[in-house]
Ligand binder design. Sequence first.
Ligand code: NAP
Length: 737
Amino acid sequence: MSKLTKRILIVGLGLIGGSLAKALRSRTICQTVIGYDRDQAELDTGLRLGVIDEAATDLMGAVENADVVVLAVPVKAMETVLAEMLPALRSETIITDVGSVKGNVVRAAEQLFGAVPENFIPGHPIAGSEKSGVAAADETLFEHHKVIITPLPESNPAAVTLIARLWQAVGAEVLQMDVERHDEVLAATSHLPHLLAFSLVDTLAQEQDRTDIFRYAAGGFRDFTRIAASDPTMWHDVGLANKSAILQKIDEFTEGLAQLRDAIETEDGRTMLGIFTRAKAAREHFSKILSGSAYSQVMNIKETTFHVQPGGQANGTIRVPGDKSISHRSIMLGSLASGVTEVSGFLEGEDSLATLQAFRDMGVVIEGPHQGEVKIYGVGVDGLQQAPGPLYVGNSGTTIRLLSGLLAGQKFDSELSGDASLSKRPMERVAKPLRLMGAVVDTGENGCPPVKIKGGQALKGMHYDMPIASAQVKSCVMLAGLYAEGETSVTEPAPTRDHTERMLRGFGYQVEKQDNKVTLSGGGSLQAGKIDVPADISSATFFMVAAAITPGSDITLEHVGINPTRIGVVNILKLMGTNIELLNEREVGGEPVADIRVRYAPLKGINIPEDQVPLAIDEFPALFIAAVCAEGETVLTGAEELRVKESDRIQAMVDGLKILGADIEGTPDGAIIRGSEMGGGVIESHDDHRIAMSFTIAGLRAKGEIEIRECANVSTSFPNFVELAQQVGINVRKEEL
Ligand code: NAP
């Protein structure tokens, strides 16, 4: 690369100074790297190890000839060194430092020079180790690490750019911050943990039986105290140089520790669990919080392809993952209930985890999720606390819209924000009715997130005639209604999912339903209970269709939610001749549930009744496969909404099925599908999980291998789809690149 500058002088050839010198040299970023150290032996080592080009023993002479000077001495020595080199400094020389505290260096420069010179650009690499001295110099130390530079308003922009480029050139990511903010942030993230480690080891080392303590010290002690082996001089200096910010953090920590001590003394398990579960969640999701993404495992961004061999079976008894809508609501209502709600079958998807985290942020103690089990220590309808910052809900539209209603009734202010795609979705449809109830709600640009809600408003019940059929809007208004004076009712222009009203009833809250109108009164309470989240009928659909199209099949899907607003697929498959039985019908937390047994019977084509279309809207990709395997013609109309789902599902299915040789025609609002044979081929799923899963089951009746591209999204809605498909006898294999 072309050189950034000519002569860089590193003052203090220790770990950081030496590592920077070595990295600059190895990447030939400047013409000459000169090292200055008061210890000749360190300079000799630096030369011998190839860390520097030249060693300087005369600081003044070296400074006079340098274009850039980097101060890499302990924080408290910065002032002395600056004073020493002052007479030799030229005004155009650019100075920077690597000190772990910035306020004291800036103050020292101010005192010495009268004002901070425009070419002095303070910096701090967030990289290091417990080692010290030039022998430990590592040219890769700063690669993929952050360096914070703290320029001042009077700093010379060209000098800021040069220092930033210098760090970038050694592989670092450069950030800018105010001096005070830097010292506050570092007090919390670096200084406090180091001081705690020193103090813990020192305290234990003074105990009588210390030999035993250290002999039996396990991994936890070793991990926690590794940094107590850091350089004492450096930390002495940091402690003094950042005194006020560190003292504040020590006080906050002492308060937190006292709270934990108190909880242990009084055997207050709930407070203890609260501290531990919040900490565990925060620790696990650090990187996601930092990257601004939501809360589940890192999304599978690998290129995923499914390979399906022809033939196979669909037999056995399985349980598919829990319903997403109900998973969300179990956390919300469980948090508002009195008592402990135990949830099983919770869908551990990104969206429902965002809801869970939001309630943790509002002070609710929630254990889990662990294999679908969640325990919520309800705080009562009025027990939520203000979150420490905005509630980040990732990509979850359900969370942001339902929470808007719930938060409108709280005593505290709230802000809800989401990822880039959620930030483009309309929020006024919930803000408007909430304002009619007396809530103070602001939305961002174009009525999109963030949603800002002012607390402490007295809400009034109202009747709301919903202009569009939306379960989210209806739920939002009803949740605000819990906090409103008098009755709140909503009428819907067409039936929408009714999970909220059902679960409210399941928690003992009175909700009236008459025709298309739901009504509740504010001021009631919810009683905790057990919720076994029904399996998602949309996920179960793939296995229902698998059994329906495969001669000899007999499959039972356990504990599936058969909410009347979701049951279209069962009705349609029955009309086509499938042998479906709903066994063991029961009610769980207000939701109807059954085990669904499907056995093969020859299928016939039908005209799908339009009144069933909204009740099966997510199920059509799989139903298209059933239609290809039926005798005669199946006609779907009134389903234009399919064209604006995760993909244009009509087009994606028509294109894919044609590749397999099926007889299908797309229409603007549906398709005409004739019973036909399917061969093999390569299918694009367009990143749409339902398209990918539908073509997987097509393999049961196809004559050749089907390769399905872009299947990574399957794992977000149905994490164990491939495993369950293999378990029932489908010959599918997942390939990740
Ligand atoms: P180090 O390995 O101990 O090196 C310190 C260097 O400063 C040595 O060359 C030492 O000279 C010199 N020095 C010490 N006191 C001096 C004085 N009064 N006058 C002149 N020179 C003096 O320490 P380091 O880890 O590189 O730390 C250097 C700076 O980097 C510190 O400001 C520290 O806050 C910052 N920093 C450290 C880390 C880390 O993890 N270590 C991370 C980020 C930033 P001798 O050879 O004579 O001892």
